[in-house]
Ligand binder design. Sequence first.
Ligand code: SAM
Length: 295
Amino acid sequence: MGVKWIATPKRTKEILETYNFSFKKSLGQNFIIDTNILINIIQKADIDKRAGAIEIGPGIGALTEQLAIHADKVIAYEIDQRLLPVLDNTLAAYNNIHVIHQDILEANVIDMIGDHFTPDQPIHVVANLPYYITTPILMKLLREDLPVADFTVMIQKEVAERIAAKPNSKSYGSLSIAMQYYTRTEVVMNVPKSVFRPPPKVDSSVLKLTRRDSAPVQVADEDYFFAIVQACFAQRRKTLRNNLIRHFKSLIDKQTISNALQDAGIDETRRGESLTMQEFAALANAFYQITERDG
Ligand code: SAM
């Protein structure tokens, strides 16, 4: 039975040869040839027959096919026009898949959800993402506040570790805070290079991001909060005070910066990598007040 699936070495080779397909590195094209890995991903994503699935980058349809079998409906965004006739053919047996030829970064996903899914349907994003735009894709989908329960995505291992990192670790940074502000993060699987065609240069992991019901911290202004976090990590080996002096330049004087850190209860000689999200929120709120006050 296994051989009929797209995600097998034999079938993938046949499809690629039939269409004389050449991989575009610039589009992050690394296709999966192991059906067990895909079924594992689908289980981690809690897909069942009620589920609506959104996929980014179906490629030749390996994951799309398994999603169609396990979910109610699949919407897949593919940027590469050359793959459209391939997908028409490889997925012809399934009537619950709709492929949209579009750059996901340009897509109006909220309208698509309204058009294709029912309001009571649990919606999951499941994808083997093009690695060159992992962060922009995730940030776009998270900031748009979509009715999506969770995101289960194959990404570069090192990026997965950064997103899920805890304070005081090497991988912890502004990306960890940005993602953990919107979601609970968990690395659910490491995946060997050998299950891709062509094998990528980097290691891969599957990351599950589960949307939070409410923000884990109260911040006066989200953009301001993220800007402060970024500033605190600008030069990792520098203290908070020095990074903040650099960030505010002449807008806020050094003494006021020291006072604000003290008011937020944070030692100014600490480094960004030691702060919890709660501490970053206290810090950002303290500086926001000063910025508002001093115009
Ligand atoms: N899902 C397939 C699999 O697992 O075998 C292919 C995954 S491959 C890592 C990434 C896919 O994303 C490719 O098909 C690529 O053409 C597509 N892609 C790249 N950039 C995209 C974008 N901006 N919007 C939509 N799809 C994109």
